[in-house]
Design a protein around this ligand. Structure first.
Ligand code: MG
Length: 407
């Protein structure tokens, strides 16, 4: 029988003092934008994906404190504490400051580069699991190419056994009681270290730690050092404070819904087309449910509230109004904001009138009202299987989904 044990808490230390000189951006590269978000935000979001991570300690230069925290905070999960501590002269000193600042309740301390934005939850969990089970761990990639030892003059000295060669990535993690004393000693005695786990390897050599273990990393989890590190990602070498580029289209989606009661003695208008029917939609305007749903979807996608805001049904001007005119008025406002219609998909739910025989006509009418190609307008007719008020022909429902594009 295993005694139940609680999940160990993890503190993640993120050195984020990168000067970006190799990147050529002349500033901290963890603040550069990747897909519209600073690198540090990607890192903070990735670390928060593991429920055991309770806090993230950013380590950086004092003059960048506000900017880094502001960049990271929106991506930080609400249950994760985001903290700050000042870095030291070398990475080892910076990491040590972060470790010292971590919540003493965290049994696992983890270090992850501020410039590795592509960390997956799987790799993160694997490193944490290994640190819990074995004391200290990092993720690595096995060497694919043959590895040679070469001297300073370029002479090949040996071919190394590739199976023993692994490239180190972060995260690197360890149990607090093993890692913290090793770091304190490394800083005090000036051990020459190249990465975080190297400190622990030296601690192994000094007999202070049993072993450090490697677990499988991920080729995608690469460190951003030069622009060529991002062949597939869109990294923008501009500071986050500048305006978004004007040359990239943006898209906005909108949805609309409308229902009208069907009563005898009203003309049956649907999609701007008059249908032959013994009843029609009751409404302040002509009651064209399909055009109302479409108008709402277009206004919604553009962030312009809804039909009722523009054309209140308390206003006598819209008494018996032609809904096609209302649509055109709203569509003008949407286009004034710079949007064009990518496509719309429309659904009418009604027992009668039957839409199918005049579907092409309604599509063409709506495309003409919007001044777009008919291929951008799709229309589907459904019934309610004779169920409820729609099935009894007492009501008609329309739904619209639209996608707007702004270049
Ligand atoms: Mg309506």
């Amino acid at each position: 029988m295993h005694a139940p044990h609680r999940t160990p808490q993890v503190s993640a230390i993120v050195p984020a003092a990168g000067s970006g000189t190799r990147f050529g951006a002349g500033r901290n590269k963890t603040l550069l934008l990747l897909e519209g978000e600073p690198l540090i935000a990607h890192v903070v979001r990735a670390l928060g994906a593991d429920p055991r991570v309770a806090e993230i300690v950013l380590v950086g230069k004092g003059n960048e404190r506000e900017e880094l925290l502001q960049a990271a905070a929106p991506a930080c999960a609400p249950r994760v504490a985001l903290r700050w501590t000042e870095g030291g002269a070398e990475r080892r000193d910076s990491v040590r400051n972060g470790l010292e600042a971590a919540d003493p309740a965290s049994e696992i301390l983890l270090v992850h580069d501020g410039a590795r934005p592509f960390l997956s939850a799987v790799v993160l969990a694997r490193v944490i699991d290994a640190a819990i089970a074995q004391g200290a761990a990092l993720c690595t990639l096995p060497a694919i190419d043959t590895v040679k030892r070469v001297d300073a003059a370029g002479r090949v000295l040996a071919t190394l056994d590739r199976r023993e060669i692994h490239f180190a990535q972060t995260p690197q993690a360890f149990r607090r009681e093993l890692g913290l004393p090793a770091y304190r000693r490394a800083c005090a005695e000036g051990w020459p270290t190249t990465d975080d786990v190297h400190v622990l390897e030296l601690a192994v050599e000094h007999g202070a730690l049993p072993a450090v273990f490697a677990v499988a990393g991920d080729p995608a989890n690469r460190k951003i050092t030069v622009p060529a590190d991002l062949p597939s990602a869109r990294l923008e070498t501009r500071p986050m404070s500048s305006a978004p580029p004007a040359d990239r289209p943006s898209f906005r989606v909108g949805s609309g819904f409308d229902l009208h009661r069907m009563v005898p003695g009203r003309p049956c208008i649907l999609g701007g087309v008059l249908f032959e029917h013994d009843r029609g939609p009751l409404g302040h305007s002509d009651g064209d449910a399909l055009l109302h749903a479409l108008t709402d979807a277009l206004l919604g996608a553009a962030g312009l509230d809804d039909l009722g805001t523009f054309f209140p049904d308390t206003d006598p001007r819209w008494q018996g109004a032609d809904s096609a005119a209302l649509l055109r008025e709203a569509w003008t406002r949407v286009r004034e904001k710079g949007y064009a219609l990518e496509n719309c998909d429309l659904v009418v739910i009604a027992e009668r009138p039957k839409l199918a025989p005049r579907r092409a006509e309604v599509r063409a009418r709506i495309a003409a009202l919007l001044e777009v190609e008919v291929e951008r307008v799709n229309l589907k007719g459904k019934t309610a299987e004779k169920l409820g008020p729609i099935g009894a022909g007492e009501a008609i429902v329309a739904q619209a989904t639209v996608l707007l594009r702004r270049n």
